[in-house]
Design a protein around this ligand. Sequence first.
Ligand code: FAD
Ligand code: NAP
Length: 341
Amino acid sequence: MKFSENYSLKGANSFGFEVSAEYCCEITSLSELREALAFADGKGLDVLVLGGGSNLILVDDIPGLVILNCLRGITVKADVDDPGKVCVTAAAGENWHEFVRYTLENGAFGLENLSLIPGTVGAAPMQNIGAYGVEIKDRMLSLTALDRETGELYEFTTEACEFGYRDSIFKQRAAGRYIITEVSFMLCKECCPVLEYAGLANYFEGLGVESPGGLQISDYICEVRRAKLPDPSELGNAGSFFKNPLVSVARREAILQDYPDLVSFADGEGYKLAAGWLIDRLGWKGRRLGDAAVYDKQALVLVNHGAATGSDILRLAQAIQDDVFSHFDVHLEIEPRTFPG
Ligand code: FAD
Ligand code: NAP
């Protein structure tokens, strides 16, 4: 197995930041993962596992060993208890979108709303990826992860992952402890469309299609996302930069007094505010601080026009957070993780 020193991570993070890893290797099997961890232990190095690098802010060179996850393989099994269900397991290094398309093309439905999310299968549970009203917690059965404390493989049920809104145990109290090696999903042989997001329902109503198929939904979501979001291979970004804030009924009402066009959605006991709307309303769309900028078609996405660093992006983010806080009394939380931490 090859361990490269001073390895450029420019191509391994979707912002395209010019930083290096002290050591870097690719793993294609569980035994290579164990070999990589033994190498790191032998040298006393910290370890960072990366998938597609699409949910990261790399502010500086990464000390220690970066492991690029290239574990591959997909298996499909009929569910013994329910003839309408099928269990699909994918290795953690599989590309998420290719995996979603594979399931749909093979008659297993449920992941169509999560089409075209960049990154790997193994990173998807980290923040319980979600889009268009579906989160992976709604479709996941279990996952397998290597416990760095014991060296053993451990199986997590969906419940054990402690999933929340863009959150899981792997981002919280177990951060850094587990390396996810494969994820299993319980999917359906019949497509049950989830069209609660206005854009989806209107589109299919307009076509006169009452119950679209999984591939139809996926195709449309891909089309919308391609039109709305910057392609990281052309313009560096990490998708939505801030989470949508959850606020109390009273806070929402106070904001509505001054901003009656506020976009919000009932959520539990309070409301979820559209963070992109808050940022856009304060005039940030398209604004730049050097090469760090707010994307001109979607205010929730920060972009790197070429030479921005992770620190430049964080400075821009701080200016936006301060502005949103002073106008709306709402704190915006950053979604991607920052390294070195
Ligand atoms: P990475 O960025 O490589 O890693 C993210 C974190 O997970 C890191 O902390 C890393 O150490 C850890 N990690 C990675 N693999 C493993 C593993 N096998 N075991 C343990 N830890 C691991 N997210 C959404 O939720 N919904 C969206 O609709 C969405 N749209 C996006 C659109 C664009 C254009 C972009 C650029 C991003 C978008 N994202 C979205 C964010 C991102 O794609 C997802 O969070 C994705 O799951 C990240 O996968 P990755 O492989 O790139 O993870
Ligand atoms: P959109 O459809 O323009 O909607 C704007 C915001 O309103 C979204 O953030 C969404 O919340 C919320 N929303 C819309 N309809 C809703 C409904 N019926 N019920 C509850 N909430 C509703 O958003 P968009 O920017 O084009 O993104 C579309 C989807 O892709 C969203 O789900 C978004 O989260 C996801 N996405 C995520 C990322 C990322 O990096 N995390 C990047 C791009 C897109 P939610 O965000 O909570 O869904």
